[in-house]
Ligand binder design. Structure first.
Ligand code: SF4
Length: 519
């Protein structure tokens, strides 16, 4: 057990008062509070600059999902709850980038959106990628923009404001989708039914990842999109090399489809240039993972998982050059923190592997684990995707290899490689990671509608008992707080820690937080 004196007296839980959060300045000592405040000002400036643009105002008036972005700064504040020193700076570096990218994605969409009088030429230069695509497929089309409206209208928005997906979930259920279907594709479908996706793009590519429910959502959404679309089928037997030839053919067909629809030509030089930078990001990620294995992990898990989601799938369309700079900055801060032997809370009691799909409406839940119970989440299954280094030199052999590399990225898409990829990736790897990352605990998210993961429940219990690993189940419904609230998630941990482990919290005042009506 490692302990450290903490600067700052005001616990983040005191900032919730039963309503929407209005006061968010947490006292962390003069230097950290000032730094945090300066990032708050920078991000507000970015948001104001974005929202005063005529197309943004039209978007705000046209789309009900835009209203929730008023709480974007609250998400930022929540994401750095309780953090100090270098970890606070790492958290801001990651989240400032995400805020910047969401603004950029919204700007590209609204400028082209035909529902609000956007520029048709710009719209014709957009290929809509569904949320389950790996956007590396656009690396070879530098003259086109890709856009993922689902990300802005549903997924990112749900992290911003916890109740935001309810309306669209209800719309999809009224349409006939059953209550036990995963809320992610269901909410996206609700947006499509309401005609609340921006009317953009020349054509659309969608994919059968992450799972069968996503596939259901996509095929119905396709009907509402009403423009040419291509369904890319990535095989599920991802460890079987025999399927890769088929998967590579799918990639070739998707590229041919984009070329035919847009008139653009695949550019190998651009592809390999972008892949080189993506490889640089992967190498950096491997260094980060190595540091998480030590006694002094430096990365607050939830922030890094979200950050990696953004750059691994390339879902927010940022420039890779910018990302490489952000990543270098994170590594610099990470080594600085390691040198100082920084720890994330006053006392590290447990090192936890976080497994299963996170509750998107409570992305700062890992911060609470750290602050309240001294449980430090070391890494998360969303992070543990492909760490392969892909071909990045333009040679005749590599041109053929590139189709296989893109196929590999698709079959190892976020969520699906672990939840749908079979027993070794979904179960056996849990024990391997616990050993590698020296975790004595698993925080096991049980997303109640995620059928494959729910099916593993008993197997995880047995395996953890055999190995003496503590397993804490945290139930949620991804985007729907009506099935399990943030407090219900915390209660499961509180109960386990007090009754099974007989421990008392580091911050008892955080066990119950009145945030049911907060953003
Ligand atoms: S959470 Fe599970 S059910 Fe939902 S999209 Fe992801 S893999 Fe599919």
């Amino acid at each position: 057990m490692r302990k450290k004196k903490r600067v700052g007296a005001v616990s983040p839980g005191n900032l919730y008062n039963g309503g929407k959060t209005r006061t968010r300045r947490e006292w962390r000592g003069a230097a950290d509070t000032l730094y945090d405040y300066s990032r708050w000002c920078v991000n507000w400036t970015r948001l104001i600059r974005f929202i005063i643009r005529p197309q943004s105002i039209k978007g705000l008036l046209r789309y009900r999902w835009m209203h929730d972005y008023i709480a974007a700064i609250d998400l930022l504040d929540r994401s750095v709850d309780g953090l100090r020193g270098n970890q606070l700076r790492i958290g801001h570096t990651e989240f400032d980038y995400i805020v910047k990218q969401i603004i950029s994605a919204l700007t590209i969409m609204f400028e082209a959106d035909q529902r609000i009088g956007g520029d048709k030429k710009k719209s014709d230069k957009i290929v809509v990628f569904d949320e389950n695509m790996m956007e590396h497929l656009s690396f070879g089309f530098p003259d086109l923009n890709r856009s993922c409206p689902q990300m802005c209208a549903v997924f990112a928005r749900s992290a911003v404001s916890q109740h935001s997906a309810h309306y669209y979930i209800d719309v999809a259920e009224q349409y006939g989708i059953t209550g036990d279907v995963c809320t992610m594709p269901k909410a996206e479908l609700g947006v499509a039914i309401e005609q609340d996706f921006p009317d953009i793009g020349n054509c659309m590519i969608h994919c059968n990842t992450t799972c069968d429910t996503s596939l259901m959502g996509n095929s119905i959404e396709d009907m509402f999109y009403g423009k040419p679309s291509f369904a890319l089928a990535a095989p599920e037997h991802i460890e079987d090399e025999l399927v890769m030839e088929y998967a590579a053919d799918e990639i070739k067909d998707a590229i041919a489809f984009i070329e035919k629809q847009t008139g653009s030509k695949w550019d190998w030089a651009a592809y390999f240039h972008n892949m080189k930078m993506f490889n640089e990001m992967t190498r950096s990620f491997l260094e980060i993972l190595d540091m998480q294995k030590t006694d002094y992990p430096q990365l607050p898990e939830n922030n890094y998982a979200l950050h990696r989601e953004v750059y691994y799938t390339r879902m927010l369309n940022g420039r890779l050059e910018d990302l490489v700079k952000v990543e270098k900055n994170i590594r610099r801060l990470m080594y600085k923190g390691y040198k100082h032997r920084d720890i994330m809370c006053s006392e590290v009691r447990h090192r936890a592997l976080v497994w299963g799909v996170q509750g998107e409406f409570y992305t700062n839940f890992p911060n609470w684990l750290i602050e309240c119970w001294g449980i430090v989440p070391i890494t998360h299954f969303m992070n543990l995707t492909s760490t392969s280094i892909y071909a990045d030199e333009d040679t005749p052999e590599n041109r053929e290899q590139a189709y296989y590399d893109l196929a590999d990225l698709h079959v190892k898409m976020l969520m699906r490689n672990r939840s749908e990829g079979g027993f070794r990736l979904g179960v056996e790897d849990v024990w391997r990671f616990c050993e590698e990352y020296r975790c004595d605990m698993i925080i096991m998210y049980e997303q109640i509608a995620c059928k494959a993961m729910t099916g593993y429940h008993g197997i995880y219990e047995e395996g953890a008992a055999e190995r003496g690993i503590k397993i804490v189940w945290v139930t949620h419904s991804l985007l729907d707080t009506r099935k399990a609230s943030r407090q219900a998630m915390r209660d499961e941990v509180n109960l386990y820690m007090r009754t099974v482990l007989n421990e008392t919290p580091l911050a008892p005042e955080l066990e119950v937080i009145d945030d049911g009506n907060a953003w």
